[in-house]
Each structure stands twice: as structure tokens, then as C-alpha cells.
Design a protein around this ligand. Sequence first.
Ligand SMILES: [Zn+2]
Length: 265
Amino acid sequence: MKPIPIHARNPGPMTGDGNWTWLIPGRVPTLVDAGTGDAGHLAEVSDALGERTMAQVLVTHAHVDHVSGAVPMAALQPTARFAKMPWLPRDERWPVAWQPIADEEHIEAGDTTLVAIHTPGHAPDHLCFWHEETRSVFCGDLAIKGSTVWIPGTDDGDVGAYLASLERVLALEPARLYPAHGPVMDDPQRVLRDYIEHRRRREAQVLEALEQGDSSAEQLTARIYRALQPALMTLAQQGVVAHLRKLEREGRVRREGEAWNIMKP
Ligand SMILES: [Zn+2]
């Protein structure tokens, strides 16, 4: 399997350099992630397909930079099927005939078979696609080289689930990650272990700040991210709230209004 990276041409404050989509050529031409409908992206996908028509587009999750290109792609490739793990009602924002993918479903792609791996945390519907023969993972937003992954501080995000997802992919002993952002990772086990370690450190920082007497998410964020640009503070605060919600679920902190407090035994 030799997937072809095709850039979605959507750089921006939330996407950095923009997204990679991955074309798997062969008997069942398959695109992993849909991009955002940029005309240059659509043209490059068509060029890469050559005489073939697209058989299917597999979407890792329903964040706009991965999924919103589905509608213009469906107009150009009317026989392609579009598939993802359902996230309702969010999926209805992109009206194509979505087919559901279940955890551990085997999917013919290119000249081979991928296995869907449900990896929630960054988004509830997040899927990775595992190719066992090459020990490769199309990892969506599970990992981004040189950067941490944003976990929303709302019901959409779940740090505990994200850690379990990292452990699950690590247990596959992958040799390569094909991400939606940034370069291919040829040292995935180290990358995934670093992420797990980073989250443990962040959780320890949150608990330490609570011990110091900070209680609002704003105070905690200011203590943990001292030198952060103001523009990034809102995102950072959401990440702190995501950690607080994990600790709350585990019965280790309690929320009272805007205040978070450590539960003492
Ligand atoms: Zn995302």
C-alpha cells in the first residue's frame, strides 16, 4: 500500500499548514478525509485518480477541516460512497448519504483492507484506519508531530477517552502514522508514549495549581501557561477544563459554579 498525500490547501489559525488527505490507489480507490472543498484540492484528487472514479471517502471525524469537502467531492464523484462513524446531529451539516462505520469494521481500500479503530477523545466519532501488513495507521487528529492535540473542554472532548485511544493504537505496535496535519511519523511508538506522558504531566500541573489555591479555570490556565499569547489562552483554557472534567469523572475534583476544588478523602 502506497498512499498518496494530497494537501487540502486550507492553511489557517486552527489548521496550521492545513490538512493532508490520503489517496489509496488500486481496485477500490479510497480517499481518507475529504478536505474542505478547495478547488485546487479537488483538481489534484481528480488528477491522481486518472481514469478511475473514486470508490469511497472515509472520514476520520466530523471536524470541519476533515469533512466539509464531502459535499463538493460528492458532486464531482457521484458514485463514491461516503463513510464515517456517526456523530449526530453534527454529520447533518454536510448533507451526503453517510454510511456508518463501526469499530473494528474491515474496509476494502485500494488493493488491500483497512480496519477502523474507534479512537474518541479529540472528537467522539474519531476513527483511525489500521493497515496491518505495513503496520501503518491513518491517524487523523490522534497525533501531530511536534505538537499536542487539542481536546475540547466540552462534551465533545474527553481526555480520559483520548488517553485510552493512545494506549489502544500503541498496543497495535504501529510502525508508521499517516496524520491529517504535519509530517508522516516513522517513530509512532515514541510519539504516542510522549503524548501519554505529556497528558500525565498536564494533569499533575492542574492538581498542583488546585493545591496552590487556584480554583477557576482562568486562574489555573494563567498559572500553567504563564507565557502564552493571549490569542491562544482560550484554547489553552478549554484544554485545562478538559482535564478538570476527567478528574471530575474520576471523583478527584468537584465543581461548584466557576470553582474547581480537590476532593479530600
Ligand atoms: Zn479534529
